[in-house]
Design a protein around this ligand. Structure first.
Ligand SMILES: Cc1ncc(COP(=O)(O)O)c(C=O)c1O
Length: 375
């Protein structure tokens, strides 16, 4: 059975060109980057070249680029560092963040290290900017704002420039979880009022286990992982050399082909929207699907029925990978904290389809035909 993969917001296939760039560092170039002889210098150079390349693409200084193990680690480091080292006593976030953010802020709140406030979500899934301004104005305490760039479940995009400007006005620190957008959008960090962003290679055809943390040169936090002096004393542990090389190569490829690939993927998303509206009754889309939305993600809302409740399991049996949201156990829908935050209709079933450059229109046709049968 041919598998159809519509879950690229969960993870993507490694690009063969990325694997090719990584291969030498699995085999011949295995020196420890901290060793001072030539084997070590060779891998050190690979890491520093990767850092330069990533910095250039994101328009940041290489010294602002830190490689981590994943997006989750990056967000944990930024959020915890803001509280413990930058004096943030208050955190403003949203109820639709990824658990990498939500569980970190809950932990800090639980330990009385910071108080957490949640910004309201509008019916279209966007954050309520007026409420954010009110929350920021409500206290003089040093505040961290942590809001994601694109939501992983519904695709909604937050204007991080507008959030950053508000943070500047109120002297707040701003972290943005950009795991769904690094490698999918152009970044100009030097001209973006943000202190930290998180990214992750496996969301844009890079390897798993390779994350990015951008730390603006004007903020200084202490290490989150202690030990050796790697990553300029910010993250101890022998570097994931092939992962870092893969991160940089994947970002380089994504950037080179950005215009064609993003238009192609957006075309697939709009085609699926159109086909669903044409062939199925009573489907709608969660979030702002045709508006300020990531071109990679479409969250479809199906009417609840005995059949649609089994949809993910039946899609899986038909070899089609899609996702019900944040949690899905044995095909049974656990409910999504994201959908719940703005549209708690118990009579709808949300399913996320997410796309990559490796999907085709023919695959969308097969998907729609299957959905006609299953819903
Ligand atoms: C928005 C968002 N943030 C954070 C993460 C976590 O990234 P990683 O898998 O690299 O830890 C993900 C991935 O699932 C994500 O989609």
């Amino acid at each position: 059975m041919n598998r159809l993969y519509f879950d690229s917001a969960a993870t993507t296939a490694l690009d063969p060109q990325v694997l090719e760039a990584m291969m030498p560092y699995f085999q011949n170039k295995y020196g420890n980057p901290s060793s001072i002889y030539s084997y070590g210098r060779e891998t050190r150079l690979a890491i520093e070249n990767a850092r330069k390349s990533v910095g250039k693409i994101l328009n940041a200084h290489p010294a602002e680029i830190f490689f981590t193990s994943c997006g989750t680690e990056s967000s944990n480091t930024a959020i915890t560092g803001s509280v413990r080292d930058l004096g943030c006593k208050r955190i403003i976030t949203s109820p639709i963040e990824h658990h990498a953010t939500l569980h970190t802020v809950e932990y800090l709140d639980h330990r009385d290290e910071a108080k957490v406030s949640y910004v309201n979500i509008l019916p279209d899934g966007h954050i309520d900017m007026d409420h954010l301004a009110e929350l920021l104005a409500a206290s003089d305490e040093k505040t961290l704002v942590t809001l994601m760039h694109a939501n992983n479940e519904i695709g909604n995009i937050t204007d991080i420039h507008a959030v950053g400007e508000l943070c500047v006005q109120h002297g707040a620190i701003f972290h943005s979880d950009c795991v769904q957008t690094v490698g999918h959008f152009h970044f100009d960090l030097r001209n973006t009022p943000v202190h930290f962003i998180s990214g992750s290679a496996h969301k844009f055809h890079g390897p798993k286990g390779a994350g990015l943390l951008y730390i603006n040169e004007n903020v200084h936090i202490k290490p989150y992982v202690h030990g050796g002096g790697q990553e300029r004393n910010m993250r101890a542990g022998t570097e994931n050399v092939y992962g870092i090389v893969g991160f940089a190569k994947a970002l380089e490829l994504a950037t080179t082909h950005f215009e064609t690939e993003s238009n192609y993927i957006r075309g697939l998303k709009y085609y699926l929207m159109e086909q669903l509206q044409q062939h199925l009754s009573d489907v709608s889309f969660n979030g702002d699907a045709a508006g300020r939305s990531n071109y990679t993600v479409l969250n479809v809302s199906f009417p609840k029925s005995e059949k649609s409740e089994m949809l993910l399991m039946n899609l899986d049996m038909a070899g089609i990978c899609a996702s019900g949201g944040s949690a899905c156990t044995s095909g049974a829908q656990q409910g999504s904290h994201v959908i719940r935050a703005f549209n708690n209709d118990p009579n709808r079933i949300p399913v996320r389809f997410s796309f990559s450059k490796f999907n085709t229109k023919e695959e969308v046709d097969v998907l729609v035909a299957k959905l006609k049968e299953l819903v």
